[in-house]
Design a protein around this ligand. Sequence first.
Ligand code: CP
Length: 324
Amino acid sequence: KRHLISAADLSRDDAVLILDTAEEMARVADRPIKKLPTLRGRTVVNLFFEDSTRTRISFEAAAKRLSADVINFSAKGSSVSKGESLKDTALTLEAMGADAVVIRHHDSGAPHRLATSGWIGGSVVNAGDGTHEHPTQALLDAFTMRRRLVGPDAGIGRDLAGRRITIVGDILHSRVARSNVHLLNTLGAEVTLVAPPTLVPIGVETWPCEVSYDLDAVLPKSDAVMMLRVQRERMNAAFFPTEREYARRYGLDGDRMARMPEDAIVMHPGPMNRGMEITAEVADSDRCTAVEQVANGVSTRMAVLYLLLGGSEPAVAPQNNART
Ligand code: CP
C-alpha cells in the first residue's frame, strides 16, 4: 500500500506485518547505535495543522532513526495563516521533493483528499484528522497491548484474539476510539465502549463493538482499559456534565482500578486531563502504560515509514556489535 489513511483499510495481515516490523524496530532502540540507513536520501514532511506533542515528535524521531531528512511544518507561523490553501501548501511541499507527508488536520478527510488529489506524488500518512481516524495511534496501542497481553516474542505473528478491551470517555469526538475499534476488531479483540449517552456517536450500533453506560460493571471483564481525554475544545458546553459529575461516573480512580483483573492494564493516548478522566494515582501507577505507549509510538511509526517508503531493503540488518 502507498498511503496509511485509515485503520479500517488494514487487513489482519497488514496489521500483523506492521506490528511485527515494529518489534524489529524496537530492538534497534536497544543497540548502541540507534540509527538505520534504510531511508537515507528520502524526505519526510510533518505537516501539522493542529497541535501535537507525541505524534509530531515521534514521527520526527522515527524518520530520523531511519536516516530520512525531516521537514517540520506547522500551520501556526506559516502562510496558512495568510489564507494559503491545503492544495497550494501541498504543491509547495511537492516542489521540495517530499517522499512522505505525515498530516494532522482539523478536517476529517483532509489526508484522504491529499492522497487522492494528485497534488503530491509521495505517500500520505494520517496523523489524526478531525474526529475521523488516527491510525498510527491505534497501531501503537495494539503494539502495546500485544506486548503486555500476549508477550513480546510470543506476540510475533499473533493478533489479539479474545482480548477484552474497554474504551472509556468522549467517544463522540475521538478519532483514537474510531481507529482502535476498527483495528482491534480486525485483530480479533472484543471491544466495549463506555461513555455518557451524550458522548456516544450516532450510528455506533453499526460499529463492531458493544456499548455500555456502566463502567463499574465492565471493569472486571477488561484486559485493557483505555481512558480517553474529554475534548472540551470540540464540544458545546450544553453537552458536557460538570467535571466532578464526569469524574464520579466515568473517571478512573484507584478504587475503580482495583475492580480490574490483576494483570489488566490502563492505557491513555495522551494528553491526559488528570483529575477528570483519570486520577494522578492511576496515571502514575505501574499499571498505566501511557509513557510506554509514547516509546512504542516511535517503533510503530518507524515500521509504517519503512513499509511505505523502504520496503525493498531488509528492515534491520544484523549488527555484529549488537548488545545482547
Ligand atoms: N496521542 C496523541 O495524538 O497525542 P498528541 O496530540 O500530543 O500528538
